[in-house]
Ligand binder design. Sequence first.
Ligand code: ADP
Length: 403
Amino acid sequence: MGIRNVLVVNAGSSSLKFMLFDMEAEKMLAKGQVERIGIDNPLFTFTTGDYSEKQTLCEAPNHTAAIKLVCNALVDPAKGGCLKSFADIDAVGHRMVHGGELYSGSVLLTPEVLEAFEKLSPLAPLHNPACLQGVQGCQNVLADVPHVGVFDTAFHQTMPAESYLYALPKEVYEKYGVRKYGFHGTSHKFVTHRMAEVLNKPLDEMNIITCHLGNGSSITAVKGGKCFDTSMGMTPLAGVMMGTRAGDIDPAVVLYLLKNGFTADEIDAMMNKKGGVLALGGTGSSDMRDLCSACGEGNEEAQVALARLVHSYAMYIGGYTALLGRVDAIVLTGGIGENSKETRAALLPALSGLGVTLNAEVNNQVRGIEKIISGDDSAIPVYVIPTNEELMIARETYAVINQ
Ligand code: ADP
């Protein structure tokens, strides 16, 4: 089946982000989002070509209404009219969060797949039901179009048992699925494929460490082009320090707090929403821009938080270097990896034990572009590679339909 236009949808419980791609040229034709779905005053943002709008006078009581808004805008001549009719949308690619052990690749979303996906909801109670609402809304409006699911966890399904098993009684894994799954897989896969092009190496010979550093962050050891280990766990809370998430802590802390009168919900909020940079930075913000400017102004609390963050990155990068043996490149991506020169300038010296050096001059100029930021004498080259999860979802969708 020949397909051309792929609509990529990323649905949350009250939001729906989208991008439309022409896959012949891999060109983005339109993008935007509907926010506050099912809440008062929904907000619709839409951009195509030179046309751009932000409107609050819209109705979005549910995901079906939200995707209708999107499709109507895509075909509206007064709004740039990038499509003639709904029939010009050839396929929809959905960002799905937790595919558990069921999905190691992208799949056509049949009723059977959706039923199996729904059963994985206990593993991601906030995200998976929201994804499903998004899929169902899109299937209501675009019923004759193939829909493909692209899972955040899929790239990490190649991890060996020594990477994914927690050292707990086996039944916890076998009965409850408690193991490491990993997240941001679409981004780690995108930058891995891009690095293979940049290094001009066959994918299956690539040993790299990919660092997706954003509000949520994860670091992955890629061995022979496949995920060997990753820092996030059964949930996206594990691993490095993040914007509002604690990252790795002694699990007994949870028990200690429970026994000292905190409720499970309070601890959950503390670990997921009130931890990380927000907790330690002393600026009241989880944003790295605020943390880095406070560091520049000599705020010692902020400086300790930045050092703690970089320390957690370096621990994973160092550990994964030992596990991989040979590392062809370290890749930095995500909002922080691509843009925060201060964080990168702190991170590379923290990797000096691996023989990594920083080219400070180049690093200062790099924002959202592809570039090597390590010195010529660095034992491992460090690259900034902008990620593009939406394009990766569009490519996966295209590949599933054309296979
Ligand atoms: P998400 O995990 O929500 O996708 P992003 O990948 O967008 O997050 O990353 C958000 C983080 O990137 C924030 O901490 C933000 O401060 C940081 N960031 C974005 N742009 C810049 C910039 N120009 N300079 C420094 N940090 C930036």
